[in-house]
Design a protein around this ligand. Structure first.
Ligand SMILES: [Zn+2]
Length: 70
């Protein structure tokens, strides 16, 4: 049982350069990488697809079951 090995390999790394992340700049390793990511956001590289909600007439919270909340 080498759980320590598994833990080590699961350590978070910077998505940009692959270095271990720094607590201060999570999920990045440094301010530099955080800035790079921010610039990508600002320049529209990360286009988030907008999903249209076709359930507009049914105003039901997802966690309300078919019961009466007194
Ligand atoms: Zn980095």
């Amino acid at each position: 049982m080498n759980e320590i090995d598994r833990k080590a390999s699961a350590a978070p790394v910077c998505p940009l350069c692959g270095k271990p992340t720094d607590h201060a700049f999570r999920p990045f390793c440094s301010k530099r990488c955080a800035d790079v990511d921010l610039n990508r956001w600002l320049s529209g590289v990360y286009a988030v697809p907008v999903k249209e909600d076709d359930d507009e007439d049914g105003e039901r919270p997802p966690d309300s079951e078919a019961g009466e909340p007194s």
